[in-house]
Design a protein around this ligand. Sequence first.
Ligand code: ADP
Length: 382
Amino acid sequence: MIDALAHFEVRPDSPALSERQSSMSEAQLTEAAVREVLNGVRDPEIGRGLVELKMIDSVALPGPQAVRVQVALPTHAYPGRERIAGAIQQALAARFPGAQAETAFVVRTQGKDSGGGLGLRAKNVVAVGSGKGGVGKSTVAASLAFGLQTYGAKVGLMDADVYGPSIPHMLGAHGQPQVVEQQTAAGQPVRRILPIECSGLKVMSMGFFVPADEAVVWRGPMLHGAITQFLRDTDWGELDYLIIDLPPGTGDVSLTLSQLLGLAGAVVVCTPQQVALLDAVKAVAMFRKVKIPVLGMVENMTGEIFGRGGVQKKAGELGVPFLGEIPIDSQLRINGDEGKLADNFAESNPSRPYLQHVCEQTAMQIAKQLLSEPRMPTLEIL
Ligand code: ADP
């Protein structure tokens, strides 16, 4: 899918160019020469060469003085892609004066694809956790899911906060998931649960099965069974991201997830005051213990009441990326209460840029981790 085009006229009168021209003769425009130039262009987010990162999808020479470079972005939520186009244009202008350069983008979401053993076709599974309840974990989980989808990604949202499943309410998602009979590739009949589709997201939650005012009492093995079933038996289809809203604090569900698949990582949500930070530190330690990489920390409810900057400072101390802050804003609360979480992404909503920033940073952390480590094959559990 080509979702953005940037055209650049190479201006032979640019100062950088005339300097270069005096020191070197004009290079011949060939694909190999273009690739050589691109070899030296760094990705502004990851800081490594575009060729090394396998982000150059194709190079074409549609005319004697025309170059078309197609760049593969690792996520739909890549921030400021025009910076890549600018860097390519600058490098090509310096080497091929008079040539016309055009940069196009495609998105090839990178992922661990680790759900193979469960039949889960999600490239990246991201858990959202917190040290304690009430800090906005579900709000951030739902915003990540909805936000990533607004960039064009295919996203599912699984509410594993079985003790207080608030995702259906926040999204205004209703109904009871249907169970249907399907066939495996080998022709075996299987029963699959159809997730509820809401605001373009595929959503699954215990809240769809249990009346809102009823308490659910879970023993460890039941919890493990329910989470496994949600992952394995739900017809998620193909997803770029499956976002999981964890119950606060406890390591039970995280341990189950860690045993079932290789998560892209966990996002820890916290408010900035000291008392809350103590719990967030425990949440980070818990994820580390169950071998789930911590993608970063989000500061929620930044403002006069709880303060500002505490989470960023703590993230620095813990050696964990800081993914952004979300100011306290009554409209966020109202939209959550009214089941209109999607409205937080309306253009006029002041929270929108903060939420988008968190989405972009989270997606980029995943991409950075994947691109910096060699890919391991997924083990099929037979
Ligand atoms: P948790 O999942 O951690 O228990 P929730 O996401 O349910 O927390 O949020 C708790 C309450 O705080 C909800 O009413 C929600 O709408 C509200 N809330 C979350 N983030 C913000 C914010 N940044 N500003 C205002 N209210 C918020």
